[in-house]
Ligand binder design. Structure first.
Ligand SMILES: Cc1cc2nc3c(=O)[nH]c(=O)nc-3n(C[C@H](O)[C@H](O)[C@H](O)COP(=O)(O)OP(=O)(O)OC[C@H]3O[C@@H](n4cnc5c(N)ncnc54)[C@H](O)[C@@H]3O)c2cc1C
Length: 245
């Protein structure tokens, strides 16, 4: 199927984009989810505005405590280490498991978060890391709570994600990530993530869910790989149970 005819605009500045978005234009980043939605006529915008080259959405800044990553950073840039990884390898590991390389070359971190597919990787990972989303309206929205329901976020109409502020994991801190899917590179059927202080079940029916009571977890866990991976496995089992309930 082909999309309903629409106008394609490119914004040179964030202000220009905001004007177009306020008038009802749909933001286009990597197009890896919006493209199929347009083709299937699930969305029928009169105008699409390309935001992926906006200066405010590219690049990164680092501080002692955080990495602030532009929303238009692609999965491939994270996978290749072209942006710093302050999560001791978790983000690179996640990026290389998303779809296949052609999708990763174009798909963006911000697009994935804004699309809010519960089965996607980044909404769960950013919630587990305690990240914060920065928006074109100057708001700071915690990733844990950004996804309100499947394909529904805390963004207001015309508001876009401009960057994601990701806290540094302490040096040496370990993590575990379990993604259950039919084939490598496909969307998850269940996700379990263990990061220091957080255990999360993702790819459940709704928003990623922090697990605050997991009976099997020792109180003081050494963050060694196998232990973290065991925790992630517990979380993924919980995610599957929630999904099947
Ligand atoms: C075959 C295939 C397999 C895939 N497998 C996986 C997978 O295993 N795991 C996974 O996580 N994802 C997967 N994806 C999705 C992929 O990661 C997409 O890149 C991502 O979901 C959307 O990012 P995008 O930059 O392409 O956004 P787009 O397609 O351009 O936009 C998606 C939606 O978000 C809006 N949007 C885009 N950017 C912003 C922004 N900055 N602020 C506000 N709104 C915005 C758009 O208006 C649109 O509604 C897969 C996709 C395909 C095609």
């Amino acid at each position: 199927m082909k999309p309903v005819a629409f106008e394609h605009a490119t914004a040179a500045t964030l202000d220009e984009a905001r004007t177009l978005l306020a008038a009802g234009a749909k933001p286009l980043a990597g197009g890896q989810s919006l493209g199929p939605m347009l083709n299937l006529r699930l969305v029928r915008p009169e105008r699409v505005v390309d935001i992926k080259r906006l200066p405010g959405l590219r690049g990164f800044t680092e501080s002692a405590t955080h990495l602030t990553l532009g929303a238009a950073t692609t999965h491939a840039e994270i996978e290749d280490g072209r942006v710093p990884d302050v999560t001791n390898g978790l983000m690179r590991h996640v990026a290389q498991g998303i779809a296949y390389r052609a999708v990763r070359n174009r798909g963006t971190l911000g697009g994935s978060l804004a699309h809010a597919d519960p089965a996607a990787d980044w909404p769960s990972v950013m919630a587990a890391l305690g990240a914060t989303l920065l928006t074109s309206d100057g708001r700071r929205i915690p990733a844990d709570g950004f996804l309100r329901a499947p394909f529904t976020t805390a963004l207001d109409a015309g508001e876009i994600v401009t960057a994601v502020e990701i806290p540094r994991l302490p040096p040496g801190a370990r993590w575990g990530y379990c993604k259950i899917n039919r084939k490598i590179g496909e969307f998850a059927k269940a996700i379990g993530i263990a990061t220091p202080g957080r255990l999360l079940a993702g790819a459940v029916e709704g928003p990623p869910t922090l697990l605050d009571r997991v009976e099997d977890i020792p109180a003081r866990l050494p963050w060694l790989d196998p232990a973290a991976q065991r925790l992630a496995a517990i979380a993924v089992t919980r995610a599957q149970a929630m999904r099947d309930a």
